[in-house]
Design a protein around this ligand. Structure first.
Ligand SMILES: Cc1cc2nc3c(=O)[nH]c(=O)nc-3n(C[C@H](O)[C@H](O)[C@H](O)COP(=O)(O)O)c2cc1C
Ligand SMILES: [Mn+2]
Length: 499
């Protein structure tokens, strides 16, 4: 898929999109519609006639597991992870066929870098200077306590002024007037680091309305030196095409619906927020930098993309689940004893992490907790539950069972401290606070346990006997559920979204 229009066409063919012709107000009304639609597992919505705006509004494009899989062209999100692990776990090739396969994999990386082209549809309409007018766009005011409309699904492009490496991130942008917004660069984010590394002003470009994989990649927590557009190219299997921006020295996606070009000064801050965020609370006003738009470029008939965040579950649940699955291979490359992990949506992704491990020595669960607290954005995780490898981390019933049954709180709870999410309102001080680790693995004698009892389980012989004879018993519904393979996206989440 080259662009948002290919994606919309696919969604329509698959019966996954509804066009709303009625005039609908981007001020609160859209949110209430989206909230109901997301929670019932409903379709993507294309509001063709948003009140007061010149452009259509697309929302809920990512709101179900099926659409997320359609976006990536896979059956299950784990299939995307497999593609990543194929490359991460490459071994020196043995034999000719192995070498050929190895070369193909290397080529898939080499071909992933974004490509510059001379022209692109994103420049069909160009508004500069006084013609720039953000009010042409149906920017949503999402929640009643929000002071203004916020752009919620941008891909914000900057370059590290020292190394020239590109960064793409998704950061909300509160609209101030026709040509300025805030830029909500939280303290742990790469975009903010690029900004802090400048002496004066940093050029910024904001792409809106992209193919779904490129849009997703803006939310992916990659290490700072890795260009998110390269990851997008790799996952798409085709490079992202870029064109030179018109008023700033940056390249922008050639097939974006809308690009806002401009700059941010090092020392120009204003009071951003409050904003009803994915924490489920309003984040209080805080100083954030101001983005000046020097040019607004568009395709003709540009479609504006949006997302509503709020009390979970919302549409961003599936962006988060995609990240959870896609990054498992990278996590296992550093901490190979990790079998699987789950970040519950209701935990806002950073409040809770359930992880299963192949336990090999006393204290292993604690080792893994500390590894997670030292790993990229997972370092912001507030609480961790560690279970043994046979436990399905996506089955919260099982997890609660072991977190209760296997735990002596006096012995098995680790209280530590460290960095916390920018938006976490619970700790005494912002950014820094307590960490909770619960070791729910079976304990070893070296860990101070009495002989560990055996878990109850029926013999395989009796299970298959009953399978065979089930019809004979005359009991209508078949209550035996086959064991689920490790790594499937959370069943609990699916249930939650289908309430
Ligand atoms: C819908 C959505 C909205 C987000 N809003 C913000 C935001 O306002 N500020 C922020 O710092 N991160 C926000 N994030 C998270 C970042 O996009 C994410 O941490 C990303 O990895 C940042 O890129 P970076 O690490 O290259 O800076 C948001 C994510 C999503 C999915
Ligand atoms: Mn980054």
């Amino acid at each position: 898929m080259q662009d948002l229009r290919d994606w919309i066409a696919l969604l329509e063919r698959e019966g996954e999109l509804v066009r709303v012709a009625a005039e609908v107000d981007p001020d609160l009304e859209v949110t209430e519609i989206v909230d109901r639609t997301v929670k019932s597992g409903g379709p993507a919505l294309l509001f063709e006639n948003p009140k007061g705006a010149r452009h259509a509004l697309l929302v809920n494009q990512f709101g179900t597991e099926r659409r997320m899989c359609l976006a990536f062209g896979v059956e299950r999100l784990d299939d995307v992870a497999r593609k990543v692990s194929d490359v991460l776990e490459m071994q020196p090739p043995q034999g000719l066929m192995d070498k050929v396969r190895g070369l193909q994999k290397l080529k898939s990386i080499a071909d992933s870098r974004a490509q510059t082209v001379r022209k692109g549809p994103v420049h069909e309409v160009v508004l500069r200077g006084d013609d720039v007018d953000l009010s042409l766009l149906p920017v949503q005011r999402c929640w009643p306590g929000d002071p203004a409309p916020f752009i919620t699904l941008p891909a914000v492009i900057t370059k590290d002024p020292r190394s020239g490496t590109r960064n793409v991130g998704m950061y909300r942008m509160q609209v101030i007037d026709r040509s300025t917004t805030f830029m909500h660069w939280q303290i742990h984010k790469d975009g903010r680091a690029d900004w802090l590394a400048t002496d004066g002003r940093i050029p910024v470009a904001v792409a809106l309305g992209l193919d779904p994989i490129t849009a997703y990649s803006a939310s992916a927590p990659l290490p700072k030196h890795i260009d998110e557009l390269m990851m997008a190219g790799f996952l798409r299997g085709a490079p992202v095409e870029l064109v030179q921006a018109i008023t700033v020295d940056l390249e922008v996606p050639a097939h974006a619906e809308i690009v806002l070009e401009g700059y941010i000064e090092k020392d120009e801050l204003g009071s951003e927020g409050p904003f009803g965020d994915h924490t489920g609370f309003y984040t209080p006003p805080e100083p954030f930098p101001v983005f000046h738009v020097t040019a607004m470029t568009m395709r003709s008939g540009a479609i504006y993309p949006s997302i509503v965040v709020g009390k979970p579950p919302q549409e961003d649940a599936w962006l988060g689940k995609a990240t959870e699955r896609i990054f498992l291979p990278a996590i296992r490359a550093t901490v190979p004893e990790i079998v699987d992990y789950d970040l519950p949506v209701a935990g806002g992704f950073h409040n809770c992490c359930i992880v299963s491990i192949k336990k090999a020595y006393p204290g292993h669960a604690q080792k893994v907790m500390h590894a997670i607290w030292g790993l990229g954005m997972l370092s912001l995780t507030k609480s961790i539950v560690v279970v043994d490898e046979h436990v399905d981390v996506h089955d919260y019933q099982q997890v609660v069972f072991y977190a209760g049954a296997n735990v002596d709180p006096k012995r098995d709870v680790v209280i530590s401290e460290g960095p916390l999410d920018h938006l976490d309102h619970a700790p005494e001080r912002q950014f820094l606070g307590g960490k909770l680790g619960i070791d729910a693995t079976a304990k070893w004698p070296e860990e101070g346990a009495r002989p560990w009892p055996e878990e109850i389980e029926m013999t395989p012989e009796i299970r298959s006997l009953v399978d065979r004879r089930w019809a004979e018993y005359g009991i209508a519904s078949v209550p035996h559920a086959p064991d689920r393979p490790v790594g499937q996206t959370s069943r609990s989440l699916r249930q939650l979204l289908r309430r």
